[in-house]
Design a protein around this ligand. Sequence first.
Ligand code: ZN
Length: 157
Amino acid sequence: MRVGFGYDVHPFAEGRALWLGGIQIPHARGLKGHSDADVLIHALCDALLGAANLRDIGYHFPDTDDAYKNIDSKILLARTMDLLRTKNYQTGNADITICAEAPKLNPHIPQMQTCLAAIMQIPPDDISIKATTSEKMGFIGREEGIAVFATVLIERI
Ligand SMILES: [Zn+2]
């Protein structure tokens, strides 16, 4: 068994949809990024790649490549799972913490779990997603962006 850790942050921007954990969440602003800016999936991919010692998301899917412009991050997660399978790894469980002052995320967590579990081919119960705020402090507290921390366990098949 191996452990992996991932972190990502994206700033809010006007005129963008908010994608988080593979689903679209109603909010006045979305996150800015080369892809759909799904900060949760990016942190999760980095945790998975880190656990398998497969570098990081920017290495495999560079934001300078037009192929990834506005790409659905669920595709990046599916490709990350393919990369892990080439090294004979399967996912044990994931534990993810979203740091966001707004919007309220708890009502959306079950749908995120279902969405990610289908892509990762594991039960939704193996994906824990927690939402916290930054108690109005710092860039998270000023609602300038969202940060996500992810930890995963992987096992050799
Ligand atoms: Zn990202």
